[in-house]
Write a protein that binds this ligand. Structure first.
Ligand SMILES: Cc1ncc(COP(=O)(O)O)c(C=O)c1O
Length: 463
């Protein structure tokens, strides 16, 4: 199929290098051009309406077209459209948001550093961990352990923390030596036959400890984890996993970095994924729902035990050589402040918890479908994984092809979820209603049945 010459899609394909997509598909079919949005719906350039099943990219918790956020951005642009935080400058929206975040997070918080994306925030995490260990006279303690299938971003350092092969292959990542990965905690795929969640969690913690001992505990600085892995397929870890992992980390003075970029701000049914999954983080990374994606903004929150040596070193060096032009951008932080105000005023984290049983029940009802191997999720995030054979859990060839097929059928039915391998993920805005949850899963049912028809027609399902 070729694009209509001169069409908006052809012009887009000719000019834009698209992120995270098969570039051949853009050349052949063009992108879905999104034109406008309101509430939980978006409309494409041809006027077709879609329900946003993934909240943008796991991020637009307040949905689209929120007047209060628009007003907050407008007011801030009129008052102070830009001011940086370099060389001893600051401003009120940045200061107020840092104060608010310190009070909200479930950790002993000393300082907040602002960036613009989850990726740059996780780069900052890596740099601060290295800098503070240098300041403490531990120049060897630099390795950071991520997990297979974890996603922490795409820059050189955060892409190295990520544990997804497509983000490494041909990109010369992970960077040598300092980035290592331990097991992916997915019971359905990787537990042994008959192994309980608890036993599986113990085995993973043991494996982590073996990795640390092999690398040398004095060389391992930190462990980074999403409470629930999002891009890896919405993987909720087995019961007792984080407790066991944390007791291993504590033995070797290894920091726990909680990447709350997706799980933060009510997504998992509590304010923080760390609370839902029983994590006691040393540091945290926030982004996405921090502004409900109305402005690019991320935050790294560090404890006093990290800040004190950093301060000391900065006094000696005469500077703290890290920062972005837009660190703490006043418009972004003003929108962040308003977002947090709305979350609290409208009790949206509680709302997510209240909607969760309905969302999870609809999601889990797909478990009996002939194409579905597993349904999983927590709070208002979930996924369905497809298999060609329920008994032996075999997937499809090439991997991801059936996930992509179903994703495209969802579009036809006016739903935008996310394909994660051979599966579909859901992470709707927290403002979604019960009726819209039904609408979302009804549309998905149509797409799923059509995917089954296709798979059956093609003879891809086990007899
Ligand atoms: C858990 C997690 N961390 C970090 C990132 C990177 O964020 P960004 O795309 O804003 O760089 C993402 C993006 O999806 C994410 O899901």
């Amino acid at each position: 199929m070729s694009l209509q010459p001169g069409s908006i899609q052809a012009r887009d394909a000719a000019a834009v290098l698209h992120p995270m997509v098969n570039l051949g598909a853009i050349e052949d079919k063009g992108a879905l051009m999104i034109a406008r949005a309101q509430g939980v719906y978006v409309w494409d350039a041809a006027g077709k309406q879609y329900l946003e099943g993934l909240g943008g990219l796991w991020s637009t918790s307040l949905g689209y077209g929120n007047e209060e956020l628009a007003q907050a951005a407008y007011d801030q642009i009129k008052t102070l459209s830009f001011s940086h935080m370099f060389n001893g400058k600051s401003h009120e929206p940045g200061m107020l948001l840092a104060e608010k975040l310190k009070a909200l997070v479930p950790m002993e918080a000393s300082k907040v550093f602002f960036g613009l994306s989850g990726s740059d925030a996780n780069d900052t995490q890596v740099k601060l961990i290295w800098f503070h260990n240098n300041a403490l006279g531990r120049p060897r303690k630099k390795k950071i352990i991520g997990r297979m299938k974890g996603y922490h971003g795409i820059t050189l350092a955060s892409g190295s923390l990520t544990g997804l092969p497509p983000m490494h292959n041909q990109w010369d990542l992970p960077l040598d030596g300092r980035f290592i990965h331990t097991d992916c905690p997915h019971h359905y795929r990787f537990a042994e036959k008959g192994e309980s969640e608890e036993d599986y969690a113990s085995r993973l913690a043991h494996s982590l400890e073996q990795l640390i001992l092999k690398e040398g505990p004095d060389t391992v600085a930190a462990f980074i984890a999403e409470p629930v892995m999002a891009a890896g397929g919405v993987l909720v870890p087995p019961r007792t996993y984080f407790e066991k992992v944390q007791s291993v980390l504590a033995k070797y003075e290894i920091l726990f970095v909680a990447d709350e970029v997706v799980c933060g701000f009510g997504r998992t049914g509590k304010p923080w994924g760390s609370q839902t999954l029983n994590i006691k983080p040393d540091t945290m990374t926030l982004a996405k729902a921090l502004t409900s994606s109305y402005q690019p903004l991320s935050a790294v929150i560090i404890p006093e035990k990290m800040y004190a040596p950093i301060l000391e070193a900065s006094r000696k060096l005469g500077t703290f050589g890290h920062g972005y032009t837009y660190s703490g951008h006043p418009v972004c932080t003003a929108v962040g402040l308003k977002t947090l105000e709305i979350y609290a005023r409208d009790r949206l984290f509680e709302r997510a918890a209240q909607l969760s049983p309905k969302f999870q029940a609809r999601l889990r009802s797909f478990a009996d479908h002939p194409l579905v191997g597993e349904t999983r999720g927590i709070g208002l995030i979930g996924a369905v994984e497809f298999v060609s054979n329920k008994a032996n859990k075999a997937g499809f060839t090439p991997p991801g092809s059936i996930g992509t097929y179903c994703f495209e059928r969802c579009h036809v039915h006016g739903l935008i979820p996310r394909n994660v391998g051979d599966g579909i993920a859901f992470c709707p805005p927290l403002i979604i209603t019960e009726a819209q949850i039904d609408e979302m899963f009804d549309k998905f049912t149509l797409a799923l049945d059509e995917t089954l028809d296709y798979v059956t027609r093609e003879g891809l399902l086990a007899a």
